[in-house]
Design a protein around this ligand. Structure first.
Ligand SMILES: Cc1cc2nc3c(=O)[nH]c(=O)nc-3n(C[C@H](O)[C@H](O)[C@H](O)COP(=O)(O)OP(=O)(O)OC[C@H]3O[C@@H](n4cnc5c(N)ncnc54)[C@H](O)[C@@H]3O)c2cc1C
Ligand code: FES
Length: 281
């Protein structure tokens, strides 16, 4: 059993938790993820390792409440336990050897981008971070990103933080001001990662994206997380989640992302009915 030792609500739909999981913390690296189950009837849910503390034996997860399981998790508290917390899974990001990197986080993608920015900073790279949110109330991890970045620009779609624009516009401006990046990392919604990758292709800047398709076993056996990268089939759980953004077939990834929508909304509705006392099943 894995104890929730810290819970912090970052915004109305995003929660941070530190989980006591010493074996995972001991091996965790930026770019990797865990799969947890709340109880033996629960779904297996992948979440990125947002941070870890090897001494305390804790792993930080940051999650958005989007459906049934993330809702139930958000209702749990410090001192409660998760049944399973398996990891670290996936390939750790290769971040060594870069001099100047732009790290882009779109919305919740900022939580996944943070450990990468932190590692790059620790390796001595110059880190320019760009984070984007729909409005100022959704901004997360500003202080944390600031601490690991030489430059941080936070943009909002509606301009409510005083800096209106999309992350792509900010990146373009920085490049055109003469910043020479040897790597761009873009993590967020598929449309954002596709837009960044299309732009950096024109400038010839290597670009890494983090692909989060639906995962089931997380070990390369079920094929659920299949992607096409550079014309070849890859499994995000064992070959990724990081991939070369210029090689990913984003159109296919978007089509596959919509496949389970009906089932997921039925599951969320059923959970709401049960909470309301309607058994339904
Ligand atoms: C490698 C990886 C890392 C991730 N890291 C984070 C993270 O750090 N923070 C975060 O908030 N979210 C992360 N996600 C997405 C997270 O797994 C889903 O939000 C979660 O599974 C939703 O479950 P639900 O029951 O609450 O919602 P549901 O109603 O079941 O689903 C809502 C949406 O979540 C996605 N989803 C559902 N089931 C899965 C699944 N088994 N695998 C992947 N996606 C699924 C789908 O896009 C779906 O439309 C990650 C996904 C992957 C694959
Ligand atoms: S989750 Fe099953 S192959 Fe990746």
């Amino acid at each position: 059993m894995y104890k929730i030792v810290k819970k912090e609500v970052l915004n109305p739909s995003v929660v941070l938790m530190d989980i006591e999981a010493p074996y995972v913390a001991r091996k965790a690296e930026p770019g990797q993820f865990i799969i947890f189950r709340i109880d033996d009837a629960g779904e297996r849910i992948p979440l990125t390792i947002a941070d870890f503390d090897r001494e305390k034996g804790t792993v930080t997860i940051i999650f958005q409440i989007v459906g049934k399981t993330t809702r139930v998790l958000s209702e749990m508290n410090e001192g409660d336990f998760l049944l399973d917390f398996v990891g670290p899974l996936g390939v750790a990001s290769h971040l060594e050897g870069y001099k100047k990197v732009a790290v882009i986080g779109g919305g919740l993608g900022t939580a996944i981008a943070y450990p990468q920015a932190k590692k790059l900073h620790a390796l001595g790279a110059e880190v320019h971070s760009i984070t984007g949110f729909r409005n100022k109330d959704l901004i997360i991890l500003e202080k944390e990103m600031q601490a690991v970045s030489d430059k941080l620009i936070v943009a909002t779609d509606d301009g409510s933080n005083g800096n209106k624009g999309f992350v792509t516009n900010v990146l373009k401006q920085l490049i055109e001001e003469g910043n020479k990046y040897d790597l761009v990392i873009a993590i967020g919604p598929l449309v954002m990662m596709r837009a960044v990758s299309n732009m950096t292709r024109e400038y010839g800047i290597k670009t890494l994206v983090s692909m989060n398709p639906v995962m089931i076993d997380g070990t390369g056996m079920c094929g659920g997380c299949r992607l096409t990268v550079g014309g070849k089939t890859k499994f995000a759980c064992v070959d990724g989640p990081d991939f070369d953004g210029h090689e990913v077939d984003f159109d296919e990834a978007m089509r596959r992302q919509g496949m389970y929508k009906k089932h997921e909304s039925e599951s969320t509705e059923l959970h709401a009915c049960r909470l309301g006392g309607v058994t339904n099943a």
